[in-house]
Design a protein around this ligand. Structure first.
Ligand code: FMN
Length: 196
């Protein structure tokens, strides 16, 4: 059975580039038979965090928050696509993520970073690793680091040139590792209900 995977991306910029990588990952996972959905923080448009999802009375959360909570809870795995602003995380994705906590627990997450230059978002990649662990996800060790993103991916999310070839090669192990941990977590959840 296909795994239900959410690919999360959070740039709000008009000229954003990371959507290329998000589209590449969605297409690549779909080609492997997975059940994939892009969660685009800009399209969802949550306000800056006021009340977390769990702080709303049951059934009274804003519809966008309620719908996203249901998707997160139903997912088997997550991919976080992250750019880097001034050595830090993109606030749009962090804001979306912080609205939830327990909803993320007991599933694996993989990180794919990118930037305009050769550093490929490595610093935000590192920051996300700790944050996702804190939020109860098992962060898989395989990662993608794409840079310069404009050389690796076309506007429609297709791999281009030498950088694109490297990305396609790296993606195989990235997706294999995520699939292995997704299966492991699924089996364990079925065998034993999570303690909380
Ligand atoms: C506010 C801002 C800060 C940035 N800081 C960094 C940085 O610290 N490191 C880096 O490699 N690129 C940096 N960049 C360049 C980004 O890697 C590049 O613009 C990338 O496309 C941003 O992702 P997005 O297009 O999906 O929003 C920065 C860009 C912006 C707009």
């Amino acid at each position: 059975m296909a795994d239900r995977i959410l690919v999360l991306y959070g740039s709000y910029r008009s000229d954003r580039m990371g959507i290329r990588l998000a589209d590449f990952i969605v297409a690549g996972l779909k080609a492997r038979g997975e059940d994939v959905e892009l969660i685009d923080a800009k399209a969802i448009g949550l306000p800056i965090l006021d009340r977390m999802y769990k702080e709303h009375k049951p059934g009274s959360a804003p519809p966008a928050l309620e719908a996203l909570a249901a998707k997160i809870k139903a997912a088997d795995a997550f991919v976080f696509v992250t750019g880097e602003y001034n050595w830090g995380m993109q606030p749009g994705l962090k804001n979306l993520t912080d609205h939830f906590l327990e909803e993320w627990f007991w599933r694996p997450a993989a990180i794919a970073s990118y930037s305009a230059g050769r550093i490929a978002g490595a610093r935000s990649n590192l920051l996300w690793h700790g944050t996702l662990s804190e939020m109860g996800m098992l962060v898989v060790s395989s990662t993608l680091t794409v840079g310069p993103i404009s050389e690796a991916l076309s506007t429609d999310g297709k791999a281009t040139g030498e950088a694109g070839k490297f990305l396609e090669k790296s993606f195989v192990r990235f997706a294999d590792d995520l699939a292995w941990w997704t299966e492991a977590a699924k089996m364990q959840r079925a065998r034993k209900a999570p303690p909380y």
